[in-house]
Design a protein around this ligand. Structure first.
Ligand SMILES: N[C@@H](CCC(=O)N[C@@H](CS)C(=O)NCC(=O)O)C(=O)O
Length: 318
């Protein structure tokens, strides 16, 4: 069905070109247009009367995304089956206006799609709290935990500035992070990423306002969040959320900061083709990472422990 829709769309686009090239008369043009629209309508009717079969939950992702890792970790911890649909970095945002993670779920006859990691987690809690009360308990949140999540998400946006400030000057490193070496990313997208790199880089610079000033501000915000977690852990807290068991905000903290810490198990097996080993990273990036590790040892140990004890083991992962 997806292929038929794409073909129909391509033919609709090609119609004016064909009309101009072959001097098609008006009556024939109108007939062709009516046929293409009729075909499209029939596809819509078919989709309602016989919905396409497929997995109940599909998570649209890119290989290297800390917001994706936040949702992926929660899905894995919840223990529900889902399929991951991976794209090359930046293409979806700038050409179809969607961000990742995006969760697509079958709801009745239609497919519902939810963007934004926080809203996806609210859906998962609402959907599974009843039927898997114990397993889903880590997704329940009070006002304090929701506030903590907002702070972690803000750090996630600061880390986007941080990572692009360091990587964008390096074409090969950036392309690697966007998934050109990931076998799960479709080849045509890898080709597009190579061809469109200057455009994508300019769009990213504009969208995230990547400037030295913004970078300095981002690092200050990140320091503040890490200092806050350091204080909570120094007070003897086992989990940042204050709960007795790991909570989704703990996973969110580990997932978002995992972008720089890259603890063993990061990505649950889905990010290994985009990780950047220290030897390949720009020196200034390594400098920040080493400083964070030295300055915030309790937070680092907390995240490493969280990955070791609560990230589902994936064969072949360190
Ligand atoms: N607030 C959003 C942020 C999502 C976001 O910024 N995602 C980035 C990846 S980390 C994205 O979609 N980038 C565009 C793309 O690579 O297609 C969330 O929590 O999901």
């Amino acid at each position: 069905m997806k292929l038929a829709r794409t073909l129909n769309f391509a033919l609709l686009l090609a119609l004016p070109v064909a009309v101009a090239l072959f001097d098609v008369p008006l009556w024939a043009t109108l007939c062709l247009l009516a046929l293409l629209l009729l075909w499209r309508w029939l596809m819509t009717l078919t989709a309602i009367s016989a919905p396409a079969k497929g997995p109940e939950l599909v998570l649209d992702t890119i290989s290297a995304s800390h917001f994706v890792e936040k949702v992926r970790w929660c899905l894995d911890h919840l223990g529900v089956d889902y399929t991951e649909n991976k794209s090359g970095g930046t293409l979806g945002a700038f050409f179809s206006g969607r961000t990742v993670p995006r969760l697509r779920c079958r709801t009745g006859l239609v497919e519902t799609s939810i963007g934004n990691s926080a809203e996806i987690l609210r859906y998962l809690w609402g959907r599974y709290a009843g039927e898997r009360q114990q397993a889903a308990a880590f997704l329940q949140a009070d006002a304090r935990q929701l506030h903590l999540e907002q702070e972690i998400d803000r750090a996630g946006r600061d880390l986007q500035v941080w990572v692009y400030f360091h990587l964008l000057p390096h074409r090969e490193l950036t392309l690697h992070a966007w998934g050109v070496n990931d076998p799960a990313v479709p080849s045509w997208q890898k080709l597009l990423l190579h061809l469109l790199f200057p455009l994508q880089r300019a769009l990213i610079r504009r969208a995230f306002r990547i400037t030295p000033e913004r970078y300095t501000k981002a690092v200050q915000h990140l320091d503040q969040l890490l200092q806050q977690s350091e204080n909570l852990l120094a007070d003897g807290r086992r989990y940042l959320s204050g709960a007795a068991e790991p909570h989704y905000t703990d996973f969110a903290f580990g997932a978002i900061n995992g972008l720089w810490l890259l603890p063993a198990g990061y990505g649950g097996g889905q990010a290994e083709h985009v990780l950047l080993v220290p030897a390949r990273r720009p020196a200034a990036m390594n400098y920040d990472i080493v400083r964070w590790k030295e300055q915030f040892p309790l937070s680092v140990a907390f995240m490493q422990g969280l990955y070791r004890d609560h990230r589902r083991h994936v064969p072949g992962q360190p």
